[in-house]
Design a protein around this ligand. Sequence first.
Ligand code: ZN
Length: 242
Amino acid sequence: MAESIRVTVWGEFRHELRNPAVAAIYPNGMHEAIAEGLRADPRFEVRTATLDQPEHGLSEATLAATDVLTWWGHLAHHEVADVVVERVRARVLAGMGLIVLHSGHFSKIFKALMGSSCDLKWREAGERERLWVVEPSHPIAEGLGEYFELEQEEMYGERFDIPAPESLVLISWFKGGEVFRSGCCYTRGKGRIFYFRPGHETYPTYYDPNVRRVIANAVRWAAPCAAPTVTFGKYPPREALP
Ligand code: ZN
């Protein structure tokens, strides 16, 4: 069996505690539903972490033992300590993969890594979302059809104020008419980043088999590889120069 991938699933875990409708869908928290999907692959060693744990569950030791971090936040982005954001950012630059989910578009860590507002249009009307695969040979699209649908989701619409993705794997269409770049790949330093749009807390999105497949594919894609050591600064020539 190939080497395992150590995944930390981070969840804000606030909606589930204050909104009974969300708790009914995700009785153990959204992070546990996401983790359950990932545990179907025996290659993944999955742990969870939440905002209200010490250091938000993201100590130096935990991050050092994390190959890929997934991030779901919404209500409390501002409560995430800057020191933890900087710690996550440094780990991404050193090679840790980061999967940013749904309303994580406004998280401190995503905005820091993108360098733009990451703002968008939204509407909560429980409408159909159709996600089109626009880069079918990309590893994150493996096993998907030409498109897949979610019967009820929140709408996110363009313009999505992000840097142009290095690869765009998925585009969403919504019944109300908008479109959205919903599967976006980036590299920052040695780290790979994937933004994946679906996952509003009042819908059972993280039980959907296609959504789970995309997240699992993204974890495999974002896992660090044995990258060459990089050096910077003043540098001697490889061969004698006159
Ligand atoms: Zn939402």
